[in-house]
Design a protein around this ligand. Structure first.
Ligand code: AMP
Ligand code: ZN
Length: 461
């Protein structure tokens, strides 16, 4: 079945045709390891995992590369301010190197807990300084760079279609410049190499043909993707914020050097919407995966929650929404468990499922197919075999799950799910009626600040 993916470059769905028969090259921009990832960041990695699983589901062998940004990402994306790593080092009293190591490990642990398949290649920016220097030399040799007193910059006016990916209004940007450009010639020009400040020794700095310093943030992805996947590969991804700056600049660098636009498809995950306080890495409210776990949620509940929206739609984070996901996942797990051993797969259902998945990774509709399967009159063993096929894409580990001591029957979970929906839609009377039904059946629903919990009521002698 044909796979359609939305390509941000074309602003259209395109049929996915691999560049080579043998392998699909996938590059996903990784984290800047100066702090934990927040659950918004993780939404993007879940989307990328679904993409990789979908490619594999379609029979492709994927080579997945993810970078670790451990140098060069400045506090402002406009090449201003301190390096996030050096700032993180100051905050914690550790070295920038220790910080990078610690948060890389924490990030990889988060991915495991979310059942995200590990990339085949991890690459750190600091392990590829030579490749980045050579890339800048290539850009320089082709005449696309200039030097200022604080670094080497990419001259974006030299590239006819600079900004096409983000559909940037270059003239508007030029006309609207109020900020001090410093020695930068154009507002969209960006740093390829920055010099260490003359009065200060940085923790992370290297010799280069231009002077001691460190690479700009964008060059690492051009250099490392080329090294591991070639000058033109299949798919490059990141979060939607990367469209206008980071990916635009990666394309500029690679185009200047090799004349290709780096990747055949550019795909972007939309943001999880959280209020500022919950996203701000310095605040106590800061929502990372461990906070959800500490509140009693299985990490896969967050994965399930992410599947409830299309990756190209914003998703609002609420505790109510997460509770809804917890209840639905519990229902699904219970049923799958009760279906027992798998037998033959139902091909019609697999076809329906594939149609949704291959329509630009439509997970909400793919989940709806899973619920249709559950409600169908097929034999349990067939349902089981079929859902396990679906789970290759969902990645919910449905084969492994087992009920714990206190098992909540499916009818009760169904009522709780309806009550959750009623609450979300503010149908309070319906919600109350459903609660009464749950209580009458001998279960208790407790609304804690962390959300709804169901328990069986203790028998009073
Ligand atoms: P960073 O560690 O800041 O480089 O970001 C890691 C990834 O998370 C990037 O692909 C960003 O585009 C993505 N990202 C940042 N904020 C959000 C958010 N609120 N929702 C989804 N993805 C995000
Ligand atoms: Zn990148």
């Amino acid at each position: 079945m044909t796979l359609y993916l939305y390509d941000t470059y074309a602003r259209n769905l395109r049929e996915f045709v691999p560049l080579s028969e043998s392998q699909v090259g996938l590059y996903t921009c990784g984290p800047t390891v100066y702090d934990y990832a927040h659950i918004g960041n993780l939404r993007t990695y879940i989307f990328e995992d679904i993409l990789r699983r979908t490619l594999e589901f379609n029979g492709y062998s994927v080579k997945h590369v993810m970078n670790i940004t451990d140098v060069g990402h400045l506090v402002s994306d406009a090449d201003e301010g301190e390096d996030k790593m050096e700032k993180g080092a100051r905050r914690t009293g550790k070295t920038a190197w220790e910080i990078a190591e610690f948060y890389t490990q924490a990030f990889q642990d988060d991915l495991k807990r979310l059942n995200i398949l590990e990339p085949h290649i991890w690459c750190r920016a600091t392990d590829h300084i030579q490749e980045q220097i050579e890339f800048i030399q290539c850009i320089e040799a082709k005449g696309y760079s200039y030097k200022t007193s604080d670094g080497v910059y990419f001259d974006t006016t030299k590239l006819g279609d600079y900004g096409y990916l983000g559909r940037l209004d270059i003239e508007g940007l030029q006309a609207g410049v109020r900020i001090d450009l410093g020695e930068k010639r154009s507002p969209t020009d960006f740093a390829l190499w920055k010099f260490s400040p003359s009065n200060q020794k940085r923790q992370m700095e290297w010799d280069s043909p231009w002077g001691v310093g460190f690479p700009g943030w964008h060059i690492e992805c051009s250099a490392m993707s080329t090294k591991y996947l070639g000058k033109f590969f299949d798919i490059h991804c990141g979060g939607e914020d990367h469209i206008t700056v980071h990916h635009t600049n990666e394309i500029a660098q690679t185009e200047a050097c090799f004349g290709t636009r780096l990747a055949n498809f550019w795909m972007h995950g939309y943001f999880l919407q959280l209020d500022e306080a919950r996203m701000s890495k310095s605040s106590g409210e800061f929502l990372r995966l461990q906070v959800l776990i500490d509140r009693g949620y299985d990490p896969l509940v967050y994965r399930f929650f992410s599947l409830s929206a299309h990756y190209r739609a914003k998703l609002n984070f609420t505790w109510d929404g997460l509770d809804g996901a917890a209840i639905s996942l519990a229902r699904l797990r219970n049923q799958v468990y009760e279906w027992g051993a798998p037998s033959v797969v139902d091909e019609d259902f697999v076809e329906k499922f594939t149609a949704q998945v291959n329509d630009d990774l439509n997970m909400p509709r793919a989940l709806a197919v899973a619920w249709d399967l559950a409600r169908s009159t097929l034999p349990a063993a067939t349902k089981k075999a079929t859902i396990l096929i679906f789970d290759r894409v969902f990645g919910l580990d449905l084969a492994k799950w087992q009920p714990s001591q206190e098992e909540i029957p499916d009818e009760i979970l169904a009522l709780a799910q309806q009550r959750q929906a009623a609450r979300t839609e503010k149908r309070w009377a319906d919600a109350d009626a459903l609660r009464l039904k749950i209580t009458q059946a001998g279960y208790e629903i407790e609304d804690t600040p962390q959300g709804a919990r169901i328990k069986s009521r203790k028998q009073v002698p």
